[in-house]
Design a protein around this ligand. Structure first.
Ligand SMILES: NC(=O)c1ccc[n+]([C@@H]2O[C@H](COP(=O)([O-])OP(=O)(O)OC[C@H]3O[C@@H](n4cnc5c(N)ncnc54)[C@H](OP(=O)(O)O)[C@@H]3O)[C@@H](O)[C@H]2O)c1
Length: 217
């Protein structure tokens, strides 16, 4: 696939590395061209440094790997309101949560994924990759551990299939829980995990091991 990444930080680096290693063409665009070039060089695998607009246009999938409060600026740089992302699977991994507490900072019934869909007309938004630390995708656990489940949601079936493939490419198991109306719930789940982790508890120990009746994996 031809993948665009908007952002040059920790998550951009981790997923960029994973997808490039899996054989995809990865193009990185940041608000700082110098940072995009530094990251592309560090990742190797012929990763490209491009402008945000080039990272957005004509891609098979785009990852919006920016801080939640930079989403509007980055989508503007990418030309989203003019339709550069129209028809493109747009992955939203953002966590708009109060640092160390996990309280959502979006309006009461809003989701970041919904806001992003509003700022990027025609984009096929998929909420995904927001629950695991970036290091999950660069140092996957040892071979005998079960793959992690990446819960995601979105309204476009084809986009969900594209993102599911990208989850598998970095060693995860995709789990589509529903449409965009589930995005707020997925974002709350991240707030719950982040809040527990900062309070000194292992989030894994706070959810029951419930056997799945359909055992997807
Ligand atoms: N890191 C993780 O483990 C992890 C895991 C799951 C989800 N996430 C989510 O993924 C997103 C990226 O996280 P990260 O850890 O990669 O963050 P990061 O390392 O702090 O990088 C943030 C990126 O956002 C860009 N940015 C910030 N404000 C901007 C603005 N106003 N306009 C344009 N670009 C702007 C930064 O650009 P500059 O470099 O120019 O400042 C940088 O490229 C966040 O929403 C985070 O909640 C992160």
């Amino acid at each position: 696939m031809r993948i665009g990444i908007l952002g040059t930080g920790t998550l951009a680096a981790a997923l960029g590395e994973g997808w490039a290693r899996a054989g995809h063409e990865v193009a990185i665009g940041g608000r700082s061209q110098a940072n995009a070039e530094k990251l592309a060089e560090r990742l190797g695998h012929e990763v490209l440094a491009v402008t945000p607009r080039e990272a957005a246009a004509g891609r098979d999938a785009v990852l919006l790997a920016v801080s939640w409060d930079g989403v509007g600026d980055m989508l503007a740089l990418a030309g989203a309101s003019g339709g550069t992302l129209e028809g493109t699977p747009l992955i939203d991994p953002t966590n708009a949560v109060a640092h160390g507490v996990g309280v959502l900072l979006t309006g009461e019934s809003e989701s970041m994924a919904g806001c992003i869909a509003g700022l990027a007309p025609g984009a096929r938004v998929v909420k995904a990759f927001h629950l695991f630390p970036a290091a999950q995708w660069t140092s996957p656990p040892a071979g005998d551990t079960d793959p992690v489940t990446v819960a995601m949601c979105g309204d476009d079936r084809a986009a969900l299939e594209v993102v599911s493939a990208l989850v598998r490419d970095v060693g995860g198991t995709p789990a589509v829980i529903g449409g965009m109306d589930r995005a707020r719930q997925l974002e709350e789940a991240a707030g719950f995990v982040i809040g527990l982790a900062f309070a000194g508890f292992d989030p894994n120990s706070a959810v029951p091991r419930v056997p799945s009746p359909t055992a997807a994996n």
